[in-house]
Each structure stands twice: as structure tokens, then as C-alpha cells.
Write a protein that binds this ligand. Structure first.
Ligand SMILES: [Zn+2]
Length: 257
């Protein structure tokens, strides 16, 4: 049973038959890891907090710079030089003080303990971190929701290769040996804030869906019957198009074959 204040706070969500009180309870008991507290990590953490995902860890070693403020909407000029993960946690706790939100002021690497999370949300802006998140998520059978955005484009994909052997992983689409490891970040090639925000919104929609799917909640309802796993969503803001393409498991994948 939800508390009286939670019934009011989440009223617009739990009024829907796809969610109800039970679905909100699932969200409040869930635990997610957000890798990156930048342009994607900001709105993703904010929407996760607003939706009432009860346990949120935010991992980022970086500090806030003036050039971040076109897209990192939790930060202000008063935060320059301060830790991104700490200030993002503070913002989210102001929004929803009843949640458990932790900041991890560190880089995400292959020693990171990911086993306690229901879902891993990759909001990083570099390919090396994406490969590490993919390797760990596959190894520990975790659902990984990867977001990326540069210039006028964004991508989103859900990976469950550790749980379902027929589904692809991140490296099935972007093999490390073929991918040019340029490691250019948003400042070098550009980004507009609304693009990261849109991709983050899609990422949190899929997070709620996958948390329900993980608990076999309302299995036969339209929201939970569908999964994005096995597809790549591509957003192009110049053409104003969202395209969903099927992705296949690679038989030569170094991670999941
Ligand atoms: Zn693979």
C-alpha cells in the first residue's frame, strides 16, 4: 500500500490501468544506475526521480562547466566547478525527497559493482564507457538502456543479451574492432539541448516499461507487451523523424556470441 502523500504525488500515473498502485509500488522499490550526469544524465535522472523510481545511483567524475548549461538543465551558474553527480543528486532530491538517490563521484569502469541494479542506464558521452557498460550488463544479465546524442541526432536501444540468448548486445551493432574509437564529445562536435532531452524522455519511458516487464507486471497489457529490445531508435531533428530499425545478433560478436 502506498502512503497518502505518494497516492497524491503519483496520481496522474497510477490512475492509468497500465500502472495503478501496484505498478507505482514496483517503481518505488526499483533500483537503477545512471552512468553519466551530463546532457542525457540530467533529464534522465530528473524524470526517473519525478516518476518515483525509488533508488537511483548517479555515477560521474566530472565537474560542471559553463559550456554544459545549454543542455544540463539541473545546473546553474552558481554550480560551476562543482561535482555533476552531487549537484544532480541534490536537484533530484529537491524534486522528490522521499527517494534514495546517491552520487558516485568516480569514473565508470569494468570493476563497477552493477549486480544490485534492476536496470543500467547508459547516459555517457563516450564509446569506451558504452562498451564497458555493455560488457558488464551482458555478464551480469542486466537490462541496459543505452542513449546517445550528438549534433541534431539521437539514438536509443534496449539490450537484454544476458537474459535472452537470441537478442543482440551493443557490440553486435557497433563492434569494437570495426568502430573508429574517436571519442569525440559533445563539446567537440556539438549538440542542442532539446535533442538530449528528447532521447532521455524516451529512455525513461523504456525504463518504466522494462521495470514492469522485469517483474512480469501486467504482462498482457499493451504497454508491457512491447519491448524495444532488438531494435534501435534513431531520432533525426533535421528531418524531424524517428525511425525504428531491427537489429540482429551478430554471430561473430566478441561479447554475446
Ligand atoms: Zn553482441
Amino acid at each position: 500500500m502506498l502512503k497518502e502523500s505518494d497516492l497524491e504525488r503519483y496520481a496522474s500515473q497510477l490512475i492509468m490501468p497500465e500502472i495503478e498502485e501496484e505498478g507505482q509500488s514496483i517503481l518505488l522499490k526499483s533500483k537503477v544506475l545512471i552512468i553519466g550526469a551530463g546532457g542525457l544524465g540530467n533529464p534522465t535522472a530528473i524524470f526517473c526521480s519525478a516518476a518515483g523510481i525509488g533508488n537511483i545511483d548517479i555515477c560521474d567524475h566530472d565537474n560542471i562547466e559553463l559550456s554544459n548549461l545549454n543542455r544540463q538543465i539541473a545546473f546553474t551558474v552558481n554550480n560551476l566547478g562543482l561535482s555533476k553527480s552531487i549537484k544532480l543528486r541534490d536537484y533530484c532530491l529537491n524534486l522528490n525527497p522521499n527517494l534514495k538517490i546517491n552520487s558516485i563521484v568516480n569514473s565508470f569502469d569494468n570493476k563497477f559493482p552493477i549486480n544490485n541494479y534492476d536496470i543500467i542506464l547508459d547516459c555517457s558521452d563516450n564509446i569506451k564507457t558504452k562498451y564497458t557498460a555493455n560488457t558488464l550488463a551482458h555478464k551480469y544479465n542486466k537490462t541496459l538502456i543505452t542513449a546517445s546524442a550528438t549534433q541534431f541526432e539521437g539514438q536509443l536501444a534496449v539490450f537484454k543479451s544476458g537474459k535472452f540468448k537470441n537478442l543482440p548486445c551493443y557490440e553486435c551493432i557497433f563492434p569494437q574492432d570495426q568502430h573508429q574509437q574517436t571519442n569525440l564529445n559533445c563539446r567537440e562536435i556539438g549538440i542542442i539541448g532539446p535533442v538530449t532531452n528528447l532521447i532521455s524522455s524516451l529512455q525513461v519511458t523504456e525504463t518504466i516499461r522494462e521495470l514492469f516487464i522485469g517483474k512480469s507486471f501486467k504482462k498482457d497489457q499493451s504497454f508491457t507487451k512491447n519491448t524495444l529490445a532488438g531494435n534501435l531508435l534513431l531520432y533525426d531533428c533535421i528531418k524531424q523523424e524517428i525511425t525504428k530499425i531491427k537489429i540482429k545478433k551478430s554471430l561473430n560478436c566478441n561479447i554475446c556470441k
